[in-house]
Ligand binder design. Structure first.
Ligand SMILES: [Zn+2]
Length: 112
């Protein structure tokens, strides 16, 4: 696995580095690794028209997130609060964790 963007995981805080939401930060909700796209909380919002359930009811406009290409996202280190590159470190029990290359903090991802 390449370093950088591909190490992103669900619940990571990421900053958008391109597009209309450039500079905004959000939490990753879903990742589609085959398409290299991620859905980030309140990023790349689109308005969708939802058809009414009942023909007599008006349709509804709902806002939802559209996916963003992973290359447009950068991990935000929870320790130094900057967009950083990550390295890999092995713990004593053999578990693999990501570390911030800037401040050296271990970047754990909250469990779902
Ligand atoms: Zn850091």
């Amino acid at each position: 696995m390449r370093q950088g963007q591909t190490s992103l995981r669900i619940n990571d805080q990421v900053e958008v580095i391109a597009g209309k939401d450039k500079g905004r930060v959000g939490k990753i909700l879903r990742i589609d690794r085959s398409k290299k796209r991620a859905v980030v909380e309140r990023i790349n919002m689109i308005r969708k028209h939802q058809k009414p359930i009942d023909a007599n009811q008006p349709g509804q406009m709902i806002d939802r997130e559209a996916s963003v290409h992973i290359s447009n996202l950068k991990l935000v280190c929870p320790e130094c609060a900057e967009t950083v590159r990550t390295g890999i470190k092995f713990l004593e029990d053999g578990a693999k964790v990501r570390v911030c290359k800037k401040c050296g903090a271990t970047i754990e991802t909250a469990k779902n």
